[in-house]
Design a protein around this ligand. Structure first.
Ligand code: ATP
Ligand code: MG
Length: 464
């Protein structure tokens, strides 16, 4: 077996070898190189002690020196070089709480999680595969090294990793490994929410997000995300649907591009259906208000996984408006963009498309033409560089002050009212036209708020 390895890795291996130490590329990089995938990073395992590694290379960083890891900086990259070790229990899922070094490569490989991750490679010696990793790669199988139950008991994060690798590689989980995952799924309670977030995101943005189904089948969602189990068993007796809520969700994830925000939105867009289902006298299911419910449930779930606010906000908005009913006019579309937010709108279109593609043929026939129309209106609006937010409104706060408006909350209100007029009629987006309207709002400000007819009367007196 010959694998192409980066020049820097080969320099590191040979430098260690010349000093009398064993050294191999190991783990994920060997797996990925064998699969013809580009490894994210190249890890090296060696018989040398961390101190010895540091003495051999000019530039190093003590990345995890107590666990035996030194990063060697060479050419433009950093490479983790770790001393052969036997692990105690893992707590954060990356670094075991206690480790001891060993002089045997076989022991270092035995501590690794899956057979496909437990192979080492050296350009002269070739592949070192003590646990049948090569065969499992060929058969596309995730199999724990050693006794699966023991391995998941040692470190429950491996449960998430198994399923995440199955999704990234489109592999199956070997039956004993699968049963052990089921048995120890509850131990995920011990794993930090951040680590769970990372693994779920890796799965969702993989080539096979539908493998999320494995979380359900192994009892993981029952613990981490019980609403998903309800989704999987909730039928949708409605001509627009051909799947349960859960299957529809998996199909939506498959139909949207591999971007974390889009995939998380796809996962959560219909979660609110479990709380909003009603069945009418004809036996048809409805889910009134599920978008709003989904966005609230999405926020709660993402918060529990310690997501950043930016992601939470994006998923909240996109779930909230995924079933938006568009007014199919140019002005209607500008208002929709304003409501959803300029930056989110193109993402919303992708979600709407994926959601539609995961529905029945009946639904596709009816919904795709309107989707196309919305896209066409959106293209036109982009081409016209329509103003859909205060960012591009021709009048700024300073212009109002120059025109004699007192700084204060009234200024924001006036700007928003100007924007509303511009959403209706983009031609109004000039300083002159908008400032000509100013007296109306100043007058209204003195008089308090007026009814719509009064406002129209004012517009009549102050034509644009
Ligand atoms: P990726 O980098 O794509 O997430 P990887 O296999 O390289 O995949 P890393 O987390 O970078 O995963 O870990 C590198 C190697 O360390 C793995 O291939 C595996 O051999 C070992 N390893 C990582 N985490 C664990 C764990 N929780 N239990 C046992 N071995 C692990
Ligand atoms: Mg890696």
């Amino acid at each position: 077996m010959y694998l192409e390895i980066p020049k820097a890795v080969s320099i590191i291996l040979h430098t260690l070898n010349e000093a009398g130490h064993e050294a191999y590329a190991v783990g994920g990089c060997v797996r990925d190189a064998m699969l013809g995938r580009t490894p994210e990073d190249w890890d090296i395992t060696t018989s040398a002690q961390p101190q010895q590694v540091k003495e051999l290379f000019r530039r190093t960083v003590d990345t995890g020196i107590q666990h035996g890891t030194v990063t060697v900086l060479i050419q433009d990259g950093g490479y983790e070089v770790t001393t052969y070790r036997i692990d105690g229990s893992y707590e954060d899922g990356r670094h075991p709480t206690q480790v001891s070094f060993t002089s045997l490569l076989s022991e270092d490989l035995r501590r690794r999680d899956f057979t496909i991750n437990a192979m080492a490679y050296h350009p002269e010696e070739g592949l070192i595969d003590l646990y049948g990793g090569q065969q499992d790669l060929a058969n596309r199988i995730i199999r724990a090294v050693g006794v699966p139950e023991e391995r998941f008991q040692e470190d429950a994060l491996r449960i998430m990793r198994a399923i995440r690798f199955a999704a990234q590689l489109n592999f199956d989980i070997e039956p004993d490994t699968f049963q052990a995952i089921r048995k120890f799924a509850e131990r995920l309670e011990l794993i930090s929410r951040e680590r769970i977030q990372v693994e779920m995101t890796k799965l969702l943005k993989s080539a096979h997000p539908e493998k999320f189904r494995l979380f359900y089948e192994t009892g993981i969602t029952a613990i981490l995300f019980p609403e998903f189990d309800e989704m999987m068993t909730m039928p949708q007796n409605n001509p627009y649907h051909c799947y349960s809520v859960g299957e529809h969700t998996l199909h939506t994830m498959m139909a949207v591009e591999a971007d974390p925000i889009l995939r998380w939105t796809a996962l959560l867009h219909d979660v609110g259906k479990v709380r909003t289902r009603s069945t009418d006298e004809n036996g048809i299911d409805h889910f009134y208000g599920h978008g709003k419910e989904s966005s609230e449930m999405a926020r709660t779930f993402l918060r529990s996984l310690k997501f950043d606010n930016e992601t939470i906000d994006a998923v909240k908005i996109l779930t909230r408006y995924h079933d938006y009913h568009f007014d199919m006019t140019a002005a209607g579309l500008r208002k929709a963009i304003h409501k959803v937010g300029e930056d989110y709108f193109p993402l919303l279109l992708k979600i709407i498309y994926a959601d539609t593609m995961a529905k029945s043929d009946y639904a596709k026939e009816r919904l795709l033409p309107s989707y196309e129309k919305v896209c066409a209106l959106y293209e036109e609006s982009l081409a016209a560089q329509d103003c859909v937010s205060l960012k591009t409104l021709a009048v700024k706060g300073k212009d109002l002050i120059d025109a004699g408006v007192k700084p204060g909350p009234q200024m924001g209100e006036i700007l928003n009212q100007m924007l509303e007029r511009v959403l209706d009629d983009p031609n109004l987006n000039t300083k002159e036209a908008l400032l000509a309207l100013l007296p109306i709002w100043l007058y209204k400000g003195r008089q308090g708020y007026h009814s719509k007819p009064f406002q129209y009367l004012c517009y009549a007196f102050y034509p644009a």
